[in-house]
Design a protein around this ligand. Structure first.
Ligand code: NAX
Length: 365
């Protein structure tokens, strides 16, 4: 592959990912094209999967880190012939886009090579829940994946590495990764609830017959599961509280919540496959919102390691209203929480506590 990283590997033993008859040294080729800004290294696990297929091209196009930031993609898959063959095809398509910002790829099933020097680790790959599988079984299988990924991130990633977990159950998988990554600060781990926020914003905009850009201050609290609480009380439409604009309280408390909570299942029913492009878009949004200043007075949703804010058990990966200055993030404090919201937040917290108990033996720190 003309501009692949020389460290590119497929499976083990290490194989370089090269196009026959290439006469260029891969590294010198990207140095030729390197701009004055050093490339960011971005790892994506599950790179040959559905979300990966949308996400990689958005990152390489500049949608995630802006139009002047070069990137090197580290594409990580399982050591399975079919998955690695598919990954090779994805690499070929990335080449065929001739993205000006893409300065190299590392395609591998080796976690050490995959996370070597990365600034961002987007953990998308996970084993899906199959018929008859209990939540405990899923947590156990995926727990092992996130244990070894956390360890590899701690050992090989750049010191500023930030990790966003997408693979489900993402909050608890992120907790496992964080707990197995000694030396990596907790505030550099996240789990994704942005898809839920985006879904909620669109439902509110449609109901109020307004543009989605008018919906702000939408926090999703808790777990990325059907217990999540998209907080319509504190959300605004064109600067005014949602309940003032949408007076239909029963719709807000029932239909709206259910639609957002069960949207993933509705997509599967309609498409025959789970959400992929919208999930990839939410990954882009999450990273962008963490790395650019949040508009004054607004906030966004991402699961972070709880510091006890709003009475949530410390150490749970809990989705909060968060804002960023482009470098550091903080949980927005002192939002009003009425008894209805409190009950919803308590239910989603209880679910996360249960999940944590189920994986207790995978949480060394
Ligand atoms: P796919 O099944 O299409 O792809 C998953 C890919 O991950 C496969 O290619 C598989 O080989 C790979 N993989 C599995 N274990 C791996 C490992 N240990 N290391 C590296 N790669 C591994 O699933 P896709 O639709 O892409 O979804 C990926 C994950 O995102 C699933 O767990 C899914 O439940 C989760 N989602 C999370 C969302 C969120 O909002 N947090 C929304 C969308 C999505 O449902």
């Amino acid at each position: 592959m003309l501009w692949s990283d020389p460290a590119a590997t497929f499976g083990s033993p290490v194989r370089t990912c090269e196009v026959p008859n290439s006469t260029y040294s891969a590294r010198s080729n990207w140095i030729t094209h390197m701009s004055s800004t050093s490339p960011l290294r971005v790892a994506v696990t599950g790179a040959a999967g559905q979300i990966g297929y949308s996400l990689l091209f958005r990152i390489a196009s500049g949608a995630m880190f802006g139009p002047t930031q070069p990137v090197i993609l580290h594409l990580i898959e399982i050591p399975d012939e079919k998955a690695l063959r598919a990954l090779q095809g994805v690499c070929m398509e990335l080449e065929d886009c001739a993205f000006p910002l893409l300065k190299g790829t590392v395609a591998t099933s080796d976690l050490n090579a995959g996370f070597q020097g990365v600034n961002w680790a987007l953990l998308v790959g996970a084993v899906p829940r199959k018929a008859g599988m209990e939540r405990k079984d899923l947590l156990g299988i995926n727990g092992k994946i996130f244990t070894s990924q956390g360890q590899a991130i701690a050992q090989h990633a750049a010191s500023d590495v930030r990790t966003l977990v997408v693979g489900n159950p993402c909050n608890t998988n992120a907790l496992i990764a964080l707990s197995n990554a000694p030396g990596v600060p907790r505030d550099q781990f996240f789990a994704m609830t942005m898809l839920d926020e985006n879904r909620a914003k669109t439902q509110l905009a449609k109901k109020a017959s307004t543009d989605v850009t008018g919906v702000t201050n939408l926090a999703v609290w808790g777990n990325h599961s059907t217990t999540m609480f998209p907080d319509f009380f504190n959300a605004k439409i064109n600067g005014r509280p949602v309940p003032d604009i949408i007076g239909h309280r029963e719709w807000l408390e029932k239909d709206f919540l259910t639609t957002v909570q069960k949207r993933g299942a509705a997509i599967i029913e309609a498409r025959g496959l789970s959400s992929a492009a919208s999930a990839a878009n939410a990954v882009v949004d999450t990273v962008r919102k963490l790395t650019t200043p949040t508009p004054t007075g607004d906030w966004f949703s991402v699961a972070v390691c709880s510091d006890g804010s709003y009475g949530i058990e410390k150490g749970l990966m809990f989705s909060y209203p968060v804002r960023s200055d482009g470098r550091k993030w903080e949980i927005v404090q002192d939002l009003p929480v009425n008894p209805f919201s409190q009950a919803k937040i308590a239910a989603t917290e209880a679910e996360l506590k249960e999940e944590k108990a189920l994986v207790a033996e995978l949480l060394p720190r």
